[in-house]
Ligand binder design. Structure first.
Ligand code: FMN
Ligand code: FE2
Ligand code: FE2
Length: 407
């Protein structure tokens, strides 16, 4: 657990979590942090009080002791976001203290009651409402609905100008000692950038239009520091993560880096050999290639890589009249995530009657994905030199189409 005083009487606690599936499904190669904040005036507030993924808040109580706060001193529990990873400890907290006030939005109130009972004191806040804690500490509240639950808000401390954003502006990746953007080594900066793309694409991208609105709202505040519920804090240049998030909302609708992600699956190697050929063409053209073989790639890597790339190649053979199932599942997941308008190419091998392409089109239609495909290349058995030539031509067209989508 990391403990840090951000400024006079405002503290951060952060706990690293590894070896978990985030939301019980996203495998995280670099883990994630859960960040909590204490604002101490005459009254004390805890924001996004997490500590205790499984409702084990003893660590929180211990570390509060180190800054001379007993759990009994907490007057306000600010719930920016009700998801139990951030709020689950309340169940335990209410056993040891019964006179604290929960601060949440109108949409948060029924959620608090549904998860933690209707015997709690809840103060519902609207846009711009403020709470004076004394000693020059004042919190204001700003709902940012549907990032990614309906009740989400951000909390702003007016003297320090710190914005506590919970899931908004979060990133994956555990933290060792460097918690602020200006403390990072270049390697760490790169890691957290990549992990913020992973986080956004895995957790928030379905809600990109709402994230856009949340970006507009946070831009109206004079921000000195962004303090999210996951990942590093931004005090040197809080605008950097705001701009990155703006870029990510564009990745969700078809823009991307000059990269091609190849989602591929092959039973006996016919499609695989064509994938190897495609990879060489792309590399020769100076394009970064992300090869994800299914079913071996993780769900998290599939979504992250496709999300970030301006171009996608789906390479899969026909299996029982349809697409090789692990690849079909991957595209289905991308549809659920509303990753739209990507520039794409399909190719794959079949034995006697190609069915993969039709299956692909059904999935794309089902989720209204609006991906723009160049001409597909189906080949019986092994791809002939002519078929490989067709693949090359279509890759060149794909690269042309990607040009206006590059960010
Ligand atoms: C379990 C299984 C189901 C198959 N179903 C079909 C099919 O419905 N239609 C077809 O044309 N070929 C079908 N095939 C043949 C494959 O599509 C063909 O062997 C192709 O070359 C495999 O390419 P790959 O090695 O890249 O997976 C099937 C093969 C297997 C092993
Ligand atoms: Fe969340
Ligand atoms: Fe979260």
């Amino acid at each position: 657990m990391i403990k840090k005083e951000l400024t006079n009487d405002i503290y951060m606690f952060s706990m690293n979590l590894e070896d978990l599936l985030f939301e019980s499904m996203w495998e995280l190669p670099h883990g994630v942090t859960m960040n909590s904040y204490i604002v101490k005036g005459e009254k004390t507030a805890i924001i996004d009080g997490v500590i205790g993924w499984n409702g084990v808040p003893e660590t929180l109580y211990e570390i509060l002791g180190e800054i001379d706060i007993s759990p009994d001193d907490i007057d306000y529990v600010v719930i920016n976001h009700m998801e139990p990873d951030h709020s689950g400890w309340i169940e335990d907290f209410k056993q040891i203290k019964d006179d604290f006030t929960i601060i949440t939005t109108e949409k948060g109130k029924p959620l608090v009651e549904a998860f933690y009972g209707d015997d709690l004191t809840i103060k519902v806040v609207q846009e711009g409402d403020s709470l004076a804690l004394g000693n020059g500490k004042e919190l204001t509240f700003h709902p940012i609905p549907n990032v990614h639950w309906p009740e989400t808000m951000v909390t702003y401390e007016t003297t320090s100008k710190i914005l506590f954003t919970c899931d908004m502006y979060g990133a994956f990746g555990t933290i060792d000692q460097h918690i602020f953007d200006d403390e990072m080594t270049p390697e760490e900066t790169q890691l957290y950038e990549a992990e913020s793309v992973r986080y956004f694409s895995n957790v928030l991208t379905t809600f990109s239009p709402m994230v856009k609105r949340a970006i507009t709202k946070t831009k109206e505040l004079d921000i000195k520091m962004i303090a999210p519920g996951h990942g590093p804090l931004y005090r040197d240049n809080p605008n950097k993560i705001i701009e990155d998030y703006t870029t990510y909302t564009k990745y969700a609708s078809g823009f991307g880096k000059k990269e091609v992600t190849i989602l591929w699956g092959s039973m006996y190697g016919s499609t695989k050999r064509a994938v190897e050929y495609a990879e060489k063409i792309l590399k020769d053209a100076g394009v970064k290639v992300n090869l994800l073989r299914l079913p071996y790639a993780t769900e998290s890597d599939i979504v992250t890589n496709v999300f970030r790339s301006a171009g996608v190649i789906i390479a899969a053979s026909t299996y029982e009249y349809r697409m090789f199932p692990p690849v079909a599942h991957a595209i289905d997941e991308l549809g659920r995530k509303k990753i739209t308008n990507k520039q794409a190419l399909y190719f794959g091998s079949y034995g006697w009657n190609p069915g993969a392409e039709r299956d692909l089109n059904n999935i794309l239609d089902n989720y209204r994905m609006k991906w723009q495909f160049v001409e597909p290349v189906n080949f019986a058995g092994e791809a002939t030199p002519d078929k490989l030539k067709e693949i090359k031509q279509q890759i060149n067209l794909l690269l042309e189409n990607m040009q206006e989508k590059l960010l």
